[in-house]
Structures are given as C-alpha cells and as structure tokens.
Design a protein around this ligand. Structure first.
Ligand code: DAH
Length: 340
C-alpha cells in the first residue's frame, strides 16, 4: 500500500505541474482529494490493514495529503497571479494614445441670425417680448383687425386645435399681448422672435418657420421713425451701403402698410442670381399700427401712434448665406449645419 501511495504522489505532482489554469487545478484536487479521489480511496481502505501496518501507512498518507494540499495552494497562487497579469495586459490603457475627439456643438444658423437681429434692435433701445405658439384666434386674427370672414385670413391658413385655438401664423399677436400687458404705459418698444406655422410646404416655405416682430408705440411716432429704425437695422445686418425702398402694401393691422426691400447686398443693385436680376430683396412687412389694434389693446389711438414690422428669419438667413432650399434648416444634416 505504501507503493501505491508513492505512485499516487507521482501522479498528483504531475497533475499539479501540468495544470495550466485554475479549472485544471480544481480538477486535480477533485481527482485526488475529492469524495472518490485516489488518495481518499486509499485512506478509506486503511481499515483492512494489520495493526502494524496501519500507523505507517496512515502517517505516510497524511503526510502526502498535506504536501499535496500545499503544492495545490502554491500552484493555485501562481496561476491566479498569471491570470490577473494577463488580464491586466489585455486591458492595459495606453495613456499615450490620442483621445477620442469631443464633438463641440454650436448654434443653429437660424439662432445665429435671430441673435444677430435681436442684438441690433436691443442696441436701438428695444427690449424682447414673447407670446405662445399655441394661440387664440382672437390674438392671431381678430384683435389684429382680421375678423372671422376676412379674406386676408386665406393667406395664413394654419393648424387649428379648435375653432378658437390655433398655431399662430405670425408673431403679430405678440403686439396685442404686449400692449394689453403694458397699457397705458408709454413708450412701448419691443421685438418678439419665435416660431410660427402655416399651411405651406415648398423650397421657400415650411409649415413651421420663424419670425421677428417689432413694435414701437409712443405719443409722437411717425412713419419716418419706422424708416429710420429699419434702415439702421438693414445697414447693420447687410452692410453700410445698403439702400432701402418701401412699396405700398396691405396688412389689416397696419395703415398705411408697406413691403420693404433692401438693395441687393450681393450685387449692390446691379442684378444677380440672388436678387433675380431685380437689384432688390424683399425682407419684411411693416406699417403704422392700425388705430383699431391700439384701441382693442387698451390704448387711445387719439393719444398715441405706433409702427410695427415683421420679418422671416429663414428668409434673411437664406439671403445672407445664399441658401436656396429652406428645408435644409430642418433636415438636421451636420454637413450643412456645421458650415455656419
Ligand atoms: N405678420 C405679417 C405676416 O406674417 C408681417 C407683418 C406685416 C408684421 C406688417 C407687421 C406688420 O408687424 O406691420 O405676413
């Protein structure tokens, strides 16, 4: 039986030496010390030995068991060490590698233009005002002198939420809301920028677009003030040599009303692709605030007057950047957006 023990010891040493992983070490432990392990079996057979043999074999078996356990522990430690260092190697961080570039965002071209427009009017003494995009029919049309059956509503067909609630078709309702809020204080000098909605969809019209509204009311505001303010704006925005012309027009909420053109900043008026050979670019609608708008908003039209104007931000951005299709602003294509 001592021979048998020596053979087992040989095999056990071999198994430990050749174990290449923690799993193999565990397999070796089971093979010799498990419930049916080779060494365990021997110890079980001790009972059949003679009284003289028993202590000898018992001592040897215990000794081997101890040695085996120590060898197992040593090998396990080595293998564990190896496993850790090879994992560390595989997952090593090379601090000399270049980092991932961080994408830095920037303002949308429409917000750039909007900020530019606002900046200019703030410099002219205007402050900013706001109104809701989901608007009452009253503010969007009625109070602006566009009663329910008015034919001028046709041009501004929009998305109705109910008979009385709609998505605003222009920023002009902010005029009425602002006047209601401030009445009877004077002077009133505000601009209001924001989203507006219409039933339009082609290369130069989108169902959602942006406008900037301007409104000035005081005891002695004149059409010449409107001209002066708009010319100052146009020269800041499009260049110091910009000229301006007013064409008679019609808006129910202004009287008189005008459409305002600037001389083409690209060709200076000679005629080019941008101005379609006319030398002029239409940029906004304007006029003197209709007395009825003042009256419904709490101001006495006998005691004060005002001017108002409204312009499309997309249109100005398209002119300034030479963009032909308005839909590019809303495609969210970074190849387009990152150019500004
Ligand atoms: N609200 C008009 C539109 O969307 C633009 C406009 C014209 C605004 C004349 C004004 C104005 O304030 O006086 O077509």
């Amino acid at each position: 039986m001592l021979r048998e023990l020596d053979d087992i010891w040989e095999r056990a040493q071999d198994a430990i030496k050749t174990a290449k992983s923690l799993q193999e070490i565990e397999a070796a432990r089971v093979r010799f010390l498990g419930r049916k392990g080779e060494l365990t079996q021997i110890l079980r057979k001790m009972g059949s030995l003679s009284v003289e043999e028993r202590p000898l074999v018992g001592q040897r078996a215990n000794e081997l068991k101890e040695r085996f356990e120590r060898a197992l522990a040593d090998r396990t430690a080595v293998l564990r060490e190896q496993a850790i260092s090879s994992r560390l190697e595989a997952e090593a961080i090379d601090v000399t590698l270049p980092g991932y570039p961080v994408m830095v965002g920037h303002r949308h071209p429409l917000n750039l233009i909007r900020a530019e427009i606002e900046e200019i009017f703030l410099g002219l003494g205007f402050s900013t005002a706001e109104g809701p995009e989901v608007e009452l029919d009253y503010y969007n049309f009625e109070a602006l002198n566009l009663p329910k059956d008015h034919p001028a509503r046709d041009m501004q067909d929009t998305f109705f939420i109910s008979d009385e609630i709609l998505l605003r078709t222009h920023t002009s309702p902010v005029q009425v809301r602002t006047l209601e809020r401030l009445a009877p204080d004077l002077p009133v000098k505000v601009i209001a920028a924001g989203k507006v909605y219409r039933r339009d969809d082609d290369a130069t019209h989108c169902p959602m677009f942006h406008q900037v509204e301007g409104l000035a009311v005081d005891t002695d505001i004149r059409f010449s003030d409107l001209k002066g303010v708009l010319l100052a704006f146009a020269r800041e925005m499009f260049g110091a040599n910009t000229r301006m012309r007013f064409r008679p027009s019609y808006f129910p909420f202004t009287e008189p009303s005008a459409e305002v053109d600037i001389s083409c900043f690209n060709c200076g008026g000679e005629g080019c692709r941008i101005c379609k050979d006319t030398g002029w670019l239409e940029i906004l609608g304007a006029g003197m605030v209709h007395p009825r708008v003042l009256a419904v908003s709490g101001y006495d039209p006998e005691k004060c007057r005002g001017f108002a104007f409204g312009m499309g931000i997309e249109r100005i951005a398209m002119l300034k950047y030479g963009i032909r299709d308005m839909r590019l602003f809303f495609d969210n294509d970074l190849r387009f957006l990152s150019q500004f």
